[in-house]
Design a protein around this ligand. Structure first.
Ligand SMILES: [Mg+2]
Length: 372
């Protein structure tokens, strides 16, 4: 089999007006992403999704299209789509970094490999260790009135696990946590994500004051690359620390494992540059005796499916203790796939059809396609 064409299709899908999010990085109101379709000479088509966010990885839909059309497609057209290892090598040769762009191509190749083998992707990863993946929802860094409304909305939907965005103003952060904990009661699980928003001294002051809210983790309290500060921070709190912005590459994960600067590594194919590299991080983290959790960039249907296959296959992704962020489609006006994924409220169910197990919805694609 040979790759005949790589199509990169820009889309812009808004979040539902009530479900836009706000973090220390800014507001997320719509998603300018790129859908990737890899065509082959045998008629099989692989699907991928690049969930681009300039404030996150430095990539935009324009940069993704340029990388795809000018560098990646010329390097891969005519090659064997089933040799994913060579495709990864070729992408790395023609362009550095750009994890979300490369992940879209790589997940499309896994989709193709599954379709060619007549197997779901999790089977190609060695089989599943779980059928359902516990999930959590997220409450943005809003003021108390909106926080109450949002929390009550998710409770009414049946959610039992929550992550609250903090890292802006400490007193407001405390007020928000108090509001959510009072609304959900003492039994439900709750963690926080500061998205690099605190400096070291603010984090040292914040976390001991937040222990009263029974937090199961604190995600990315401070900036990336400050391993000594992360280790020092442990002296101030018992709350387990989760690295998210700190772990894009396998090398990033290695450094965290070596330094033991976090307890949990938040990972997913987009941020890590593809399914294979998320799996590589899993093996590394397992060997180091640490834990992984599925993070998110608010994916649509294809990107979410890729996350679920990895989450199902990798034991070290401990979604039972640290539920996955895998609710992107529920936050968006459209998911761009024919059959919606089953994503909650308590557990997401693994798609079991061949490949990634999802099909592109051409009508939705037409509706949300954009010119850039
Ligand atoms: Mg995060």
């Amino acid at each position: 089999m040979k790759i005949t064409k790589i199509e990169a299709i820009p889309v812009k899908v808004p979040l539902k007006p009530f479900l836009t999010t706000k973090t220390a990085h800014g507001e997320h109101v719509d998603s300018p992403y790129v859908i990737v379709r890899i065509n082959t000479d045998e008629g099989l088509i692989g699907l991928g999704e690049a969930t681009l966010a300039p404030r996150w990885s430095g990539e935009t839909s324009q940069s993704c299209l340029a990388a795809m059309n000018q560098l990646i497609a010329p390097a891969l057209v005519g090659k064997d789509p089933l040799n994913i290892n060579v495709a990864i090598q070729k992408m790395d040769q023609v362009i550095k970094l750009n994890p979300f762009t490369k992940a879209a191509v790589e997940m499309a190749l896994w989709d193709l490999a599954g379709k060619a083998a007549g197997q779901p992707v999790y089977q190609l990863l060695g089989g599943k260790v779980r059928n359902s993946i516990p999930v959590k929802t997220v409450i943005g860094a809003f003021l108390p009135e909106k926080v109450v409304e949002l929390t009550q909305y998710f409770l009414d939907q049946g959610f039992t696990s929550f992550k609250v965005k903090v890292g802006l103003d400490l007193e407001r952060d405390l007020e928000r946590l108090d509001t959510v904990r009072k609304t959900i009661g003492s039994d439900m699980s709750m963690g926080i994500d500061a998205n690099c928003g605190w400096d070291f001294s603010t984090a040292c002051a914040a976390l001991p004051r937040m222990e009263q809210f029974q937090l199961s983790f604190c995600e990315q309290p401070i900036q990336i690359g400050q391993h000594d500060a992360w280790k020092e921070l442990r002296k101030f709190t018992e709350i387990p620390l989760m690295a998210d912005e700190s772990v894009f590459s396998v090398a990033d994960a290695w450094e965290i494992c070596r330094q033991r600067s976090a307890d949990i590594l938040s990972i997913y194919p987009g941020k890590n540059g593809g399914i294979s590299r998320t799996v590589a991080i899993c093996h590394l983290v397992e060997a180091a005796g640490l834990t992984c959790s599925i993070g998110s960039n608010l994916e649509l249907g294809i990107g979410s499916a890729a996350m679920l296959h990895v989450a199902a296959a990798m034991k070290v992704i401990d979604s039972e203790r640290f539920p996955a962020d895998c609710l992107g489609p529920l936050f968006h006006e459209a998911d761009l796939i024919q059959q919606p994924l089953s994503l909650g409220p308590v557990t997401a169910e693994l798609p079991t059809a061949i490949g990634l197990g999802v099909e592109l919805d051409e009508d939705q694609l037409k509706q949300w396609r954009t010119d850039i």
